[in-house]
Design a protein around this ligand. Sequence first.
Ligand code: XMP
Length: 526
Amino acid sequence: RILILDYGSQVTQLIARRVRDAGVFCEIHPGDVNDDFIASQREGLKGIILSGSHASAYAEESVKVPGAVFQAGVPVLGICYGMQSMASQLGGKVEWSDHREFGYAEVRAHGHTRLLDGLQDFSTPEGYGMLKVWMSHGDKVTALPPGFRLMASTPSCPIAGMADEERGFYAVQFHPEVTHTVQGEAMLARFVTEICGCTRDWNMPDYVEEAVNAIRDQVGSDEVILGLSGGVDSSVAAALIHKAIGDQLTCVFVDHGLLRLDEAKQVMSTFADHFGIKVIHVDATDAFMSKLTGVADPEAKRKIIGREFVEVFQTEAGKLTNARWLAQGTIYPDVIESAGAKTGKAVAIKSHHNVGGLPETLNLKLLEPLRELFKDEVRKLGVALGLPPAMVYRHPFPGPGLGVRILGEVKKEYADLLRRADAIFIDELRNTVDHNSGKSWYDLTSQAFTVFLPVKSVGVMGDGRTYDYVVALRAVQTSDFMTADWAELPYSLLKKVSSRIINEVRGINRVTYDVSSKPPATIEWE
Ligand code: XMP
């Protein structure tokens, strides 16, 4: 196992991704842990990676690497800030600068270190091996600590890499975890396997077995409740827990009446019929709709939906008197984000808009079997467990559902129109293949949906005049949902969607396409 200490870089998660891609398990912890924490991690620990940061190794508020890291007897790799901390704490020198630059650089490898030897993108006429990297200039190491030798350099950063191979300490000023560093993945793989000696044994089938055993150990013969939403995380959690403990699991599926077309049916047919999981389907449409009557403010709507959800769930959960555990589909980025939010370390914190917090008053212990997994690992796990790929690779859907896609007051009539229009849009996205990539437009977009606008506009149909509602189509491409571009969907696709919606959904006579990026617009309209 590899331990990654996070000093607040936005790309720390990428380090973990690369390490896991190399088949090695790793965990991220905040960088300001103490020596005792490092000591508690010793079992099975094979190496430590120190991440980059936004801080300067010399800035007053900067965090020191716990001394125990360098006493742990395992190899250590410092990246950027991690390199500077390593240098200053082990007796080298770091020069501070308030001028920071990030960008492409060509680094020359020196000596023959186990980390870089044989890796190169091109060589100079003199025969030096060169690496194309993503560098963060600014603070830099100006004198090597005792025992270290030069491993890499650039003209503007004479010490861009250093190593003390006897102790297994390596450090680079550039970022091997980003794809712009061409050999970065190979470097990280080499560090964790050859230098730290980890075996490449992190793979899905083994993980399923391990996770199943862990769940059995944890819950024993107790009963477990899970709030199933039909989203990827809760679906995978349900399938995994069911594999482990079968009928000891009961899922509660709250239908707030703001789901997509036939979604409730699909959830029931997948989980109850196909997997044979006990699912309590609560159709709470009327309760939600009546609470939402007359409410137009988006945040007020979110709060009402969240509160009502908790209430309905709590009532159902309260009936399952034997349950001792509440299972949740918390995934690793949620864990890191909330840890970051607590310590204030992570710079980019995505706001959580999950529907309510589930009730603490239920007095149940928490079971979170996906806590160690990234989203794409959760998806692979879902496929390994036999969930339909179309469900596992679905776009995200907000907890308040169509409640935030019907602008202003929510009415059942609007939800019914929107559901049908949205189903047409999604259907056409799935069925239209882009010839360059061979992928469907559904797979080429990160999120796509239809928004209901409660305004009427004039149209003609046959000989008559219509006065009907408008919908907007929204499709975006994004890697993190914090910024997003509107998708350049082919006109032919938009044309087909528009004509199908107007012809097939009586009550809608106008379709628009949203060409706003985030920021300044958000992905959802409310
Ligand atoms: P925005 O609209 O803020 O959305 O650009 C970013 C991502 O978050 C989702 N989103 C929500 N998810 N409850 C959720 O569970 C919400 O209230 C909510 N609001 C936005 C949105 O769908 C997008 O993926």
